[in-house]
Design a protein around this ligand. Structure first.
Ligand SMILES: Cc1cc2nc3c(=O)[nH]c(=O)nc-3n(C[C@H](O)[C@H](O)[C@H](O)COP(=O)(O)O)c2cc1C
Length: 201
């Protein structure tokens, strides 16, 4: 038995995450879905950067990026990632750790197609995370792909979604005098049942 109540109540951690994000969308000045995404390189050295969490599925979280970027390569190599969502306005965080797979099918095509034309062309033009000689070189590449791809560029094969299936999700809410509430949902495999534990702050 736990004493989970109020904002922590429910049997579906993805539902709780969705509810918290919807609340944050009302109070955050911008990008309530911005996550700090952590990966590790081949030496185990951690790396972290912001990306946008584009979907909370029934059993996974999805964001989009360049597969050949630093994060893309690190995720390909390890098959793992973690992220944290932090909302200053709500004084809450959600931490997620798990295993990854590519979303490079119809869903990725549809999401790519929904983006502004300039963003689609930008995705084609950007060799994300690799050295760039100058801003001018980037703009020249954008002009080149615009001439080549026209008004309806398809999704680049090197750009798409990453689906993170969590093994751990922690919901954290600020409490008076640093006596915060923390509930950790854990499962040994993505098919296992969740074990829910309240943690000391
Ligand atoms: C608020 C915010 C949202 C961002 N969203 C994305 C995103 O959804 N996908 C992405 O590839 N990069 C996004 N970026 C840029 C990344 O932080 C990062 O600079 C880029 O992806 C390269 O990271 P890497 O070299 O570690 O692969 C975002 C940056 C900020 C500040």
């Amino acid at each position: 038995m736990t004493d989970r109540q109020g904002i922590f109540a429910g049997d579906d951690p993805f539902g709780i995450a969705r509810d918290w994000l919807a609340e944050a969308a009302k109070t955050e000045p911008n990008d309530p879905d911005a996550i700090a995404l952590a990966t590790v390189d081949a030496d185990g050295l951690p790396n972290v950067r912001m990306v946008l969490l584009r979907e909370i599925e029934a059993d996974a979280f999805v964001f989009y990026t360049n597969y050949e970027s630093a994060k893309g390569s690190e995720i390909s190599a390890s098959g793992k990632a973690a992220f944290v969502l932090h909302w200053k306005t709500l004084r809450r965080q959600v931490r997620v750790r798990g295993v990854t797979e590519r979303e490079d099918g119809e869903k990725a095509d549809a999401y790519f197609a929904s983006r502004a034309l300039q963003s689609r062309l930008g995705a084609w033009a950007s060799r994300q995370s690799r050295p760039l000689e100058s801003r001018g070189a980037l703009m020249a590449e954008v002009a080149r792909v615009t001439a080549r791809k026209g008004m309806a560029p398809s999704r680049p094969p090197f750009w798409g979604g990453i689906r993170l299936r969590p093994l751990e999700i922690e919901f954290w809410a600020d409490g008076a005098f640093r006596l915060h509430d923390r509930f950790c949902w854990r499962r040994d495999t993505v098919d296992a049942a969740w074990q829910i534990t309240r943690l000391y702050p």
